[in-house]
Design a protein around this ligand. Structure first.
Ligand code: C2O
Ligand code: CU
Length: 528
């Protein structure tokens, strides 16, 4: 009996990992994964509550979100003040289907101004949540109505875009899941895992947001307490062979996650913007700040056993790995029920046409760090507040060579558009955030398909963005050249001394822009 039960998982694991049909193996369980449900209460300890939908229309998700301070016990015996949406950390999960309309009645009850950015959503510019650009800051006591249609299925998230290293670091984030009704049922039941961390002392009190000074800025502030859906080491219940679809979001201000589970591999389905072209069998899942991973997890441990999903240090530059132990994130308990045979996961998932590069404008964006009396980061040597906007036109394709000669990796994020990474070794997929490792480069292609406006690009180590690794991108519609004038004039008038806005003023007319901004791409030849 003992010998048999010990044999089962090994055989199963071999079966599943090799992907063979199992015809010649005698021990495949008779029950298939699709014939059983997840164990009772499988996700009770981790599940994030859904936002209450106030709208009876099945195609509209209408919710109230209020940012406010609350208390949570994250260090046993102590109360930590955390910043929340609706008193929850993470905020309530927004779940809808592709094509649905979302209406958010937002109220700011924090002690400071904020906005909400909908990370990864391709929505109109005026809903993007970048303060001073697409909207005014929402002061304490203020309100704002966000409303948009969800154009793409995938795993997205929302977070503030003002003083974001601190606000996100205090707990302001939530998941936004856009389901595709055509997704294969064999991927398994959805489990959203929003990963974050928090810098707390032994008494659960938050460290000052600028702790560590310039070194904190340089390294990025990783929190001491690791959270999965806002909890410290919660437990997930699984049944051997019964698949789950994990949608993983990295909402930490600086920490990278390399997720590994002993005796397991994962079938990666995609990430930022839904499914990739093909599924991939992988040993670990790396999620850099802002990024998402979408993967099938097939429990392969013996019934009744315990396992733990670990955070493993990832190489992201100087001092990020050496002498750092792994840390447990999530306990995984396998119930005693008999094993089931996992469903086969298709390898072809989606058609992803490569972006046509034939007329693409090319430029290099170098991610830079200047160490002086204070740490200052930038793009092409210019911190955000001294930078001029990049420029593009609706319908245009650009290739950005992201060059990183610094000692740290940077997860590069673009608002408003998906891009493709130009690397034949990667499975094709749409992304909005890509890691650029230290001393390396990554090239991406982006087509400004629609949605003219002023968009942000920045490093998603939020401490890096705050010290300047951020820039704006103006995308104009060539058929409506004056369309952004009101917005740009308003911006320029609001902060006349800021070179950023001086730059905006200069390029307010497309003809001037190409001539005055050496770094400008595309406009001269692309303008009508
Ligand atoms: Cu999630 Cu501008 O960022
Ligand atoms: Cu960075």
């Amino acid at each position: 009996m003992r010998a048999v039960s010990a044999m089962v998982p090994v055989t199963l694991a071999t079966l599943w990992l090799s992907g063979c049909s199992g015809g010649q193996r005698p021990s495949a369980p008779a029950l298939r994964a699709s014939a059983v449900s997840q164990p009772e209460g499988w996700d009770a300890d981790v599940r994030m509550p859904l936002a209450e939908d106030l709208n009876p229309d099945p195609n509209v998700l209408e919710v109230n979100l209020e940012a406010r301070v609350a208390e949570r016990e994250l260090v046993t015996g102590f109360k930590t003040p955390v910043w929340t949406y609706n008193g929850m950390m993470p905020g309530p999960m927004l779940k809808a289907r592709v094509g649905d309309r979302v209406i958010v009645h937002f109220k700011n009850s924090l002690p400071e101004a904020t906005t909400i950015h909908w990370h990864g959503l391709r929505i109109p510019n005026n809903m993007d949540g970048t303060p001073g650009i697409t909207q005014d800051l929402i002061p304490p006591g203020g309100e704002f109505r966000y409303e948009f249609t969800l154009p793409d299925a995938g795993t997205f998230w929302y977070h503030p875009h003002n003083n974001s290293a601190e606000q996100v670091g205090r707990g302001l984030y939530g998941a936004l899941i856009v389901e595709d009704p055509n997704d294969a049922a064999v991927f398994g039941d959805d489990l959203v895992l929003l990963l974050s961390d928090m810098s707390l002392d032994e008494r659960g009190q938050p460290l000052p947001p600028d702790s560590g000074g310039g070194f904190g800025d340089l390294f990025g502030r990783e929190g001491s307490v690791l959270l999965v859906n806002g909890k410290v080491r919660p437990t997930l219940k699984v049944r051997t062979g019964k698949q789950q679809r994990w949608r993983i979001i990295n909402a930490a201000r600086a920490r990278y996650y390399d997720l590994r589970l002993r005796n397991h591999r994962f079938v990666r389905l995609g990430g930022d913007a839904g499914l990739a072209a093909r599924s991939e069998d992988v040993y670990n899942l790396i999620v850099t700040p802002g990024e998402r991973q979408d993967a099938v997890f097939t429990p392969a441990n013996e019934p009744g056993s315990h396992n733990v999903l670990n955070w493993v240090p990832t190489e992201r530059g100087y001092g990020t790995v050496f002498n750092r132990p792994s840390e447990p994130l999530l306990y995984i308990d396998t119930v005693a029920d008999e094993p089931v045979t996992p469903e086969p996961i298709p390898s072809e998932l989606r058609t992803i046409e490569p972006i046509d590069l034939s007329n693409a404008f090319q430029t290099t964006l170098e991610l830079t760090i200047a160490i002086g009396p204070r740490t200052e980061m930038g793009i092409n040597g210019m911190p955000y507040w001294k930078s001029t906007p990049l420029q593009g036109l609706v319908g245009q394709t650009q290739i950005w060579r992201l060059l990183n000669n610094t000692d740290f990796a940077h997860p590069f994020h673009l608002h408003g558009y998906f891009f493709q990474v130009l690397d034949d070794k990667r499975v094709p997929e749409w992304k909005d955030t890509v890691n650029v490792p230290a001393k390396s480069e990554v090239s991406i292609a982006v087509r400004f398909d629609e949605r003219p406006g002023v968009w942000m690009l920045h490093c998603h180590i939020l401490d890096h963005a705050e010290v300047g690794m951020m820039r704006t991108l103006i995308v104009r519609d060539p058929t409506q050249p004056g369309q952004l004038d009101t917005l740009l004039t308003k911006l320029a008038m609001a902060t006349p001394d800021n070179p950023l806005w001086a730059g905006l003023k200069l390029c307010n007319s497309p003809t001037q822009a190409g001539a005055t901004e050496p770094d400008t791409i595309g406009l001269r030849s692309g303008a009508p």
